[in-house]
Design a protein. Sequence first.
Length: 313
Amino acid sequence: NIDIIQVAPTTLEETFEAIDTIASALNVTDQGAELILSYRSRLQRIESEVNKLDKTQPRPTVLSLEGLAPLCTGGHWLPNLKHASGCKDALGDEGGCAARIITWEEILAADPDILVLSPCSASPARTLSEIHLLASTSEFWKMRCVQRGNVYIFDHGCFSRPGPRLIEGVEMMAALFRNILPMEQDRSRLNEKWSKDALKYECRTRMKKDCNENCTDNDVSPATSHCTTELASRFHSCFEDSCNINIDVIENSSFARDKKVVGALELCHVTRCTIPGSELPFDRSAHCIIPVHRRRHKQLSLLLFGGESQNTR
């Protein structure tokens, strides 16, 4: 006889219960308990660090999109993961909720501090190549998180299945959104994984000396105004002047060698660029340079400038 065990967790706590159920069925209860204890220990450490943060500052609100066309929010355990990382769900959803279609009106009303893009079954490279589905709308540019550069692209695998990667997803969000780094013994392993799992998408104005002459939208302050002409075809055309897109690739430059990234540059109507370490030439008649700055934790910042060519530093 074969025993069939069905588990269908929809929250983080139910995920732990599912691990215990499977461990019991396989007669490895002790190993299951040890595994759960290790996961809880990692979460408790983050909770302890969150409790040390300034309590006068509210937790940042995070909106997760698992679909770009139509817009669809992530459900199930995602609200649990946000809370465990020191954030909260921008829509006020609780763990166990279902994913659902959402409108731009709801998104703008929620006014999230952080936008996470993790479309179903998509890698960061694929999502980056499809971000024009959002960037071609005026609503996208009205979001404060977009104006402030708080848009992140995650591999959907970080949140899609109830298992060990959920804990890594919490640690990733805690590190990126609350500056709470993983335990020392885990950093090397996690940094290697995160190099493939996450990047930061950012579009900011390269301001002129007197910005006010170009910034007329009452909803956008001069310090955070988003303007574009060089990238206007895929981005919303109501903005003026030039802009740069900042992409932080965690850990190493392997992502920059991906052909899909070059495809994404084409979608952004970038005319010329150089990708460090890449064998893939990309030249469409000038006006774009990518300087690279190494940062802490081996991050790379790739700045794509529209308009007149800029000297790299």
